[in-house]
Design a protein around this ligand. Structure first.
Ligand SMILES: O=P(O)(O)OC[C@H]1O[C@](O)(CO)[C@@H](O)[C@@H]1O
Length: 547
């Protein structure tokens, strides 16, 4: 067992981090006029500028050495070859196979995955075209107008984020809606304006056991059946995406309308599979393929580019540097492109469910900070809400700024204003402004000495806050596919560097189990044994007041 802290490269980076904490990014720019060229990369679909991090050439050299000591390249190979790198669940991790459209056979456990993937795509194409062209008819013979995707986590966030991002490209053949929350308010709001005769439900659940999804699915079924007065209407209005065909069949969904998903595709990496049905329904199959192609382009980049020119690897190394070595606890994702308004929520699951863990591959406490908490908002809205904290709090929050050279909106006259903020905020976070500059500025503005003395300390921005810039040419299905895959491979690389099992999610199980237990007690009105007084007190209060 080779623990990360025992690696010489890790130890050297710890020492180097102590020195770097005394440095200032702004000074590093003054010392090296080529810094932007040295620390930026042009990848198909986007420019990645990481020069505004607290790094030097030595830092990067040390980080690449660490990556090699961690055998990142070999692990990358293992993933692409289908080795069972999801060790705690004994599974391969092959979402990359979903977007590899070559016809070359890929054999896993005696089965040709290429055939499976291509068959699934044929099924997705046939189904989505039938619905979009008005050939899929509801129980009363009417064409489908609205599609409701019922699913949660990975069975919701990816498709929703993508259809929101690409809605400018939708031809509105159907309207796509999402229900993820077990709170009945959401499904009530979604169903209120819909016509049962013209509504199709996709029950998206890899396991087909998730309580929230099953509760919503049953409500949707009752809504339909109470309008149709006919239980057999279910097969005309429900399809499923699931690995659990038995449960989906028992629900009343015809076998040919159950789309497969496999155990080598993790929920949070599944939008490329039939979980992406809402994407193909909303945008058409060709756009869905463009999305896959964009992702595949980054798969090839990740697989083939040397570590020094590999964007996902560099992103992972920087996150490790900022969090584990420099001590940041959180990371902001700040899209300056309204279409990406669901990206942060999507990445919260992708990154935090993957790497938000504290034991290593051998089940030992890692003894270092793993990943930061991910949060954020559309940049402009964030500027008027929490950027105060980014600029002046004691906590340094490294941030990813994501923008586009061209906007996809036809509205003119906004994009330069938006992007001026994109550039300015990164500059301000890095450069800051010291007290002397503040004082001189106030003096030049004719302020009194008393005012200057009072206000100057409050106007200081310490700066030295790291940011990455990801600048897309324009939001499109292809560039979005690339952007998502960039983060997926970053997450994979980070897991390897941290020696963490990125593809399980045991941390969600405890709460789920307790909720099932409590729900039973609520339904049967029984007392719960062995609970702490707070849990018991809260439940009793709820029972007394609510019933
Ligand atoms: O698709 P399913 O099986 O309903 O699971 C939904 C989500 O629930 C989780 O298991 C976490 O609770 C996620 O990993 C997953 O994306």
């Amino acid at each position: 067992m080779q623990f990360r802290q025992n690696l010489k490269s890790w130890q050297e980076l710890l020492i180097h981090a102590k020195d770097m904490k005394k440095q200032n990014i702004k000074d590093l720019f003054s010392e090296n006029t080529e810094r932007f060229n040295d620390f930026s990369l042009k990848v198909p679909a986007f420019l990645f500028d990481y020069s505004k991090n607290l790094i030097t050439e030595r830092t990067m050299k040390g980080l690449f050495t660490l990556a090699r000591d961690c055998q990142l390249e070999q692990w990358r190979e293992k993933m692409f070859n289908g080795e069972r790198i999801n060790t705690t669940e004994d599974r391969s991790v092959l979402h990359v196979a979903l977007r590899d459209r070559s016809t070359k056979p890929f054999i896993l456990d005696g089965e040709n995955l290429t055939d499976k993937v291509n068959q699934a795509l044929i099924q997705i194409k046939a189904f989505t075209e039938k619905v979009r062209m008005g050939q899929w008819l509801g129980y009363s013979g009417k064409r489908i107008k609205d599609v409701v995707n019922i699913g949660v986590g990975g069975s919701n966030l990816g498709p929703q984020m993508v259809t929101e991002a690409l809605k400018q490209y939708s031809d509105n053949s159907v309207n796509v809606h999402y229900v993820s929350n077990v709170d009945g308010n959401q499904i009530a709001d979604v169903l209120r304006p819909l016509d049962p005769e013209r509504t199709l439900f996709i029950i998206s659940s890899k396991t087909f056991t998730t309580t929230e999804t099953m509760t919503n699915a049953n409500t949707a079924m009752n809504w339909l059946v109470s309008a149709a007065f006919d239980q057999t209407a279910v097969s005309k209005h429900f399809v499923a995406v699931s690995a659990n065909k038995e449960n989906a069949g028992n629900f009343g969904i015809d076998n040919e309308n159950i789309f497969d998903i496999w155990d080598w595709v993790g929920g949070r990496f599944s939008l490329w599979s039939a979980i992406g049905l809402p994407i193909a329904l909303d945008l058409g199959f060709d756009k869905f393929i463009e999305l896959l192609e964009g992702a595949h382009e980054i798969d090839l980049h990740f697989k083939n580019a040397p570590l020094e020119e590999n964007a996902p690897v560099i992103m992972a190394l920087l996150s490790l540097w900022n969090c584990t070595f420099l001590g940041s606890q959180s990371q902001a994702i700040l899209p300056y492109d309204q279409p990406l308004h669901k990206l942060t929520a999507y990445l919260q699951q992708a990154e935090m469910e993957s790497n938000g863990k504290s034991v290593n591959w051998y089940g030992e406490e890692v003894g270092y900070s793993t990943v930061p908490s991910i949060w954020g908002e559309i940049g402009i809205n964030g500027q008027h809400a929490f950027y105060q904290y980014l600029h002046q709090s004691n906590n340094v929050v490294p941030a990813d700024f994501i923008g586009s050279v061209k906007s996809i909106t036809s509205v003119q006259g906004h994009h330069d204003t938006l992007m001026a903020n994109f550039f300015a905020q990164m500059e301000a976070l890095m450069s800051g402004v010291n007290e002397q500059q503040v004082r001189e500025d106030l003096k030049a503005k004719g302020r009194t000495q008393e005012y200057i003395d009072k206000v100057a300390p409050h106007k200081v921005h310490k700066g030295n806050r790291p940011t990455n810039a990801i600048l897309l040419d324009q939001i499109s299905a292809k560039s979005l596919g690339s952007l998502i895959a960039l983060y997926e491979h970053k997450i994979f690389s980070q897991g390897i560097l941290l020696q963490i099992c990125s593809f399980d999610q045991w941390g969600v199980e405890l709460g789920k189990g307790l909720a099932i237990n409590i729900l039973d007690a609520l339904k049967t009105n029984t007392e719960l044994d062995n609970r702490d007084s707070s849990t018991t007190g809260l439940i009793n209060y709820y029972k007394c007041k609510g019933r």
